[in-house]
Design a protein around this ligand. Structure first.
Ligand SMILES: Nc1nc2c(ncn2[C@@H]2O[C@H](COP(=O)(O)OP(=O)(O)OP(=O)(O)O)[C@@H](O)[C@H]2O)c(=O)[nH]1
Ligand SMILES: [Mg+2]
Length: 240
């Protein structure tokens, strides 16, 4: 059993070194970390490469030529890890919104399941530091996606998730159509449709303290439309 933590980055120079350190403090000794950087102009990749010297053979940086969105970064990361024999994967943001202190609990919960999803929308979970409107938009977006898809997962858009290799195989990564933020919705929906065993655990999601958000109105509305595309696709494969 070996865990690869995948951290996509775009302009996270202010966060990456501290985050990597915090992750290594929580993962098993054989666990690896992969930073997937899309040529961040602020030099995130160089900082991650410098930090790699402190974790020989355990911290790697995947340098990509240009900003291609969250989905492409994760798909490249999964493929890199699967090729190297990792059989468990943790997705997390670089901006400390996903607190590494939850990692041990996620590792415990995945023992008898194929996926564990950090959830802001179940009892004990929440978002700290978001203005009322952003919170409403996020919760509304999750509820909307849940209703359109008929999927019971309460936090469909959350990006703090642990997957077993078996779950990724069931999802069929090659079939993913999402490019950006709807990636998480599509992954979880396909996991649900394919009968993966999963659990949501409550997380307190903290607003980023350093660096700039990449979320925009355009990305948000794109995700709303994409939910319908995601719904249309896997119908044929829906379990009877
Ligand atoms: N490699 C790569 N990483 C990205 C890209 N877009 C965002 N990221 C990273 O994905 C993670 C989530 O992005 P954020 O900007 O924090 O998005 P968000 O969490 O929805 O927005 P905030 O809460 O406002 O920070 C961060 O680690 C980003 O650096 C991209 O195009 N390529
Ligand atoms: Mg963030």
């Amino acid at each position: 059993m070996s865990l690869l933590t995948i951290i996509p980055t775009y302009n996270e120079a202010e966060n990456i070194e501290a985050l990597v350190k915090a992750v290594f403090a929580r993962i098993p000794p054989e666990g690896g970390v992969l930073v997937v950087d899309d040529n961040s102009p602020d030099g995130t990749a160089a900082l991650a490469e410098k930090a790699a010297g402190d974790y020989p053979g355990r911290l790697r940086v995947l340098n990509r030529r240009e900003k291609q969105g969250l989905a492409a970064a994760y798909l490249a990361g999964f493929s890199w890890g699967l090729d190297r024999g990792y059989d468990m994967f943790l997705e997390m943001d670089a901006d400390f919104s996903h607190d590494p202190r939850y990692i041990p609990l996620m590792l415990e919960e995945i023992q008898n399941r194929e996926a564990v999803f950090g959830s802001r929308n179940i009892a004990g979970g929440c978002v700290e530091g978001w203005p009322f409107l952003r919170n409403l938009v996020s919760r509304g977006g999750s509820l909307y996606s849940r209703l359109v898809l008929g999927c019971p997962i309460r936090d469909l858009t959350g990006g703090f998730n642990m997957w077993r290799e078996s779950a990724l195989k069931k999802i069929d990564l090659a079939s993913i159509i999402a490019k950006g933020y709807s990636f998480q919705i599509e992954m979880k929906y396909k996991a649900f449709l394919s009968g993966c065993s999963f659990v949501e655990i409550p997380i307190i999601f903290a607003e980023r303290e350093r660096g700039r958000s990449k979320m925009s109105k355009r990305i948000f509305f794109e995700a709303l439309v994409n939910v319908w595309k995601i719904r249309a696709r896997p119908r044929a494969g829906r379990p009877q």
